[in-house]
Design a protein. Structure first.
Lengths: 394, 325
């Protein structure tokens, strides 16, 4: 019998609903708070160098976030977003990928970016939108991107990267590349139409993309229970015919294991995978947000105990791979390095006026050249009103 | 040369582009085996396989997002939006993503090579949702190129140029002309440069300007005016963004008068942009106010479509008003 509806028809003769909560997906946990493994759990294959690189990336981001939020409070940068509490989710997943797998992030995945090798100077140049910023000072702080390390430039609109990741991965497949694309987004962004569009397109066209949902409990102030009614986000994958797994996002071994499996499966079967990471956005949404208006200190404290970094640190110590004293000295040194880099980056000039018009098109259209000349003439007339560019062009 | 209608010319262009570059991939709703509801992609799946010419789920934002991703990877997606009236679910992907991809990344990434093909315009008894001309919405977004061909040979050359363009292009196809417009088309690969208007007829009294399906409308009006001794210069703008200011301005400096015709509603239509620029560039040469002959400021109607459209008679009247001012 043909099946034009693409739906299994098994017949019943009494009317009965299938529950909206019929599918409940368990959470993979490998690492306990004390740094030991859950009974029966097995650590993923992970060598010492990789494990330490993961740890370093988490520490780097934790300290960078702390310093840069302070810098924002001092008025040195205009805006900042921390990934406090989600370091394991972003670093653990990035570590399970190949260096040439494309990363399409939302905005809170600096852990993945650092793991890929984005340098402290590059972070600073972007945050200060100076002339050394790869993005030429055009986007707000934290909108990082780098072609060299396969990290797609962030855009603020939520969820737009989801169908793009499907298309990017489909292109990788057509090109015969043995690479995948990972696409990060939050549980709030999963309410956008682009989520549905992107997952459905990937499933239908068999794109080897890993959808990585960071369910961190909040979309700015809106808690997840006001965002959706189903069992998290993972079960939605099943609705699209996509394999799904839920992991404890503060458990870096679980995140690493799930992403490793997802990558292998996606490439071998040319299919998308959905990973849902359950963690907590310990910090504010951004430097412009104050969570005290919508959640309690008690709730935050409860999750603070679930710290992804200390859990991994304890595991590393148990492996005999980390010396706690040396680690502390390293963190102190890093704080200083960050401060020094910040002082350098904030003194670097802003991009030149020609970068207002470059890159709108590959070659500026005549109108843009005309507007640039008019603008320059105007600035020459009122240089004091335009101190960033005045005197810096012919 | 071969006789082709506009659909055949578009199909031929896609065929040549896919043969030339295996990064060219065509997709959209019903685009695969069926060849699109208008048959623009007819036989392409048969020839190039399902991976390079395929149906998508019914999701314009998905199509646009998928196309953005493919183009960012370096391929050349030619995505069909079945009707321009249905491009709006993709508006965010096009306006916030496609258009800004290169700029926002400081040229780390771009979506050059991406073309959205979409049938636009009325004259097919399509009512509100199969008749609109939404070019002005996109013209307001820096980073996009917008092209509208008037006949089969133009459609082929402009589409090939769009696919080969390092910037993303929205290619509006006048669906009224898909089968109605037939002409001689070279079977070879050729491109017509984007951003260049074409002067189709020299004249000295008034410049009459349009694009796409409205070209045959203004030609009819011009023929009526010529019979009364009014010498008209006829220009096909061809590209809405970037638009060829110099060609239009030179013409108006010669004729002193300008009549612009487009099917989209008057208010905020692209004629307003042209009129504003030309009055500044040609102020001392103008002999009369610039006339705009456009759609009414209402949703595109059905039963009273003839009353709505900026037809040859309305254009003819505008030409006379301009000349007799």
């Amino acid at each position: 019998m043909t099946n034009p509806n693409n739906a299994t028809i098994s017949t019943v003769h009494t009317a009965e609903f299938t529950s909206g909560h019929a599918l409940q997906i368990p959470t993979l946990r490998i690492l306990q708070d004390d740094g030991s493994l859950y009974p029966g759990a097995e650590a993923p294959e992970l060598d010492k160098a990789t494990a330490l690189k993961m740890y370093d990336s988490m520490q780097f981001i934790r300290i960078l976030d702390e310093r840069m939020l302070a810098a924002q409070r001092q008025g040195r940068i205009s805006f900042y977003m921390q990934c406090l509490g989600e370091e394991a989710a972003t670093v653990g997943s990035a570590a399970a990928l190949d260096d040439k797998d494309m990363i399409m992030a939302q905005y809170r995945e600096q852990g993945a970016l650092r793991y890929r090798g984005f340098s402290l100077e590059q972070f600073m140049n972007q945050l200060f939108s100076n002339e050394k910023d790869l993005g030429k000072g055009r986007q707000m702080p934290v909108h990082y991107g780098s072609k060299d390390i396969y990290y797609m430039t962030i855009s603020s609109p939520l969820g737009t990267q989801i169908p793009q990741a499907s298309g990017y991965a489909y292109a990788q497949k057509l090109r015969g590349l043995k690479n995948t694309t990972i696409c990060y987004f939050g549980e709030g962004a999963a309410s956008e139409g682009d989520f549905h569009a992107g997952l459905n397109m990937a499933a239908v066209h068999k794109a080897p993309v890993i959808f990585f949902c960071r369910n961190n409990g909040y979309a700015i102030s809106t808690p997840a229970n006001e965002q959706f009614k189903g069992d998290g986000i993972a079960c939605r994958g099943v609705g699209y015919g996509i394999k799904a797994i839920r992991v404890d996002g503060a458990d870096i071994l679980a995140v690493y294991k799930a992403t490793q499996m997802a990558r292998d499966y996606a490439l071998e079967h040319e299919e998308p995978i959905l990973i849902e990471s359950i963690a907590y956005r310990l910090g504010a949404h951004s430097s412009s947000d104050d969570p005290s208006g919508y959640r309690s200190k008690e709730e935050e404290e409860l999750w603070r105990k679930n710290d992804p970094i200390s859990r991994f640190r304890l595991w590393l110590v148990k492996q005999g791979w980390l010396d706690e004293e040396a680690d502390k000295a390293k963190s102190d040194a890093l704080r200083q390095e960050i401060l020094d880099a910040l002082k350098v980056a904030e003194k670097v000039a802003k991009p030149g006026i020609e970068h207002l018009m470059s890159d709108v098109y590959e070659t500026p259209i005549p109108l843009l050249n005309e507007q640039l000349e008019e603008l320059k003439a105007h600035i020459r007339k009122y240089p004091e009103a335009y101190p960033v560019t005045a005197g810096r062009f012919e | 040369m071969a006789k082709m209608n506009m659909l055949q010319a578009i199909n031929n262009a896609l065929d040549l582009a896919m043969a030339k570059d295996d990064g060219v991939v065509c997709f959209g709703e019903d685009v695969g085996h069926f060849g699109g509801v208008f048959r623009a992609t007819s036989k392409l799946q048969e020839k190039y396989g399902k991976a390079r010419c395929f149906n998508t789920p019914l999701t314009e934002q998905g199509i646009a997002g998928f196309a953005n991703g493919m183009a960012a990877q370096g391929m050349k997606p030619v995505a069909e939006i079945q009707f321009a009236d249905y491009i709006f679910p993709a508006f965010d992907q096009i306006v916030n993503e496609t258009a800004k991809f290169r700029y926002r990344s400081g040229n780390e990434f771009n979506v050059g090579g991406l073309v959205f093909r979409t049938p636009y315009g009325g004259g097919i008894a399509g009512g509100h949702y199969h008749s609109q001309s939404p070019e002005a919405y996109f013209a307001h977004t820096p980073g996009l190129k917008i092209v509208v061909p008037r006949d089969p040979s133009q459609a082929k050359g402009l589409l090939l140029a769009a696919i080969n363009c390092p910037d993303p292009v929205i290619f509006f196809e006048p669906k009224k002309l898909y089968r109605a417009s037939v002409g001689e088309v070279s079977e070879d690969y050729y491109e017509i440069p984007l951003g260049k208007a074409e002067v189709l007829q020299q004249g000295k009294d008034v410049t009459v300007l349009a694009w796409g399906a409205q070209m045959e409308i203004i030609q009819k009006a011009v023929d009526m005016a010529q019979a009364e001794g009014i010498s008209c210069e006829v220009i096909d703008l061809r590209s809405i963004q970037p638009w060829d200011v110099d060609t239009v301005a030179q013409s108006v400096m010669k004729t002193g008068r300008l009549v612009i015709n487009h099917e989209a509603p008057l208010t905020g239509g692209f004629a307003a942009e042209i009129a504003s620029t030309i009055q500044k560039k040609c102020f001392l040469h103008l002999e009369s106010p610039i006339e705009r002959v456009c759609g009414l400021d209402i949703p595109y109607p059905l039963a009273l479509e003839k009353e709505y459209v900026p037809d040859h008679l309305k254009t003819y009247e505008a030409i006379k008003r301009s000349v007799n001012f």
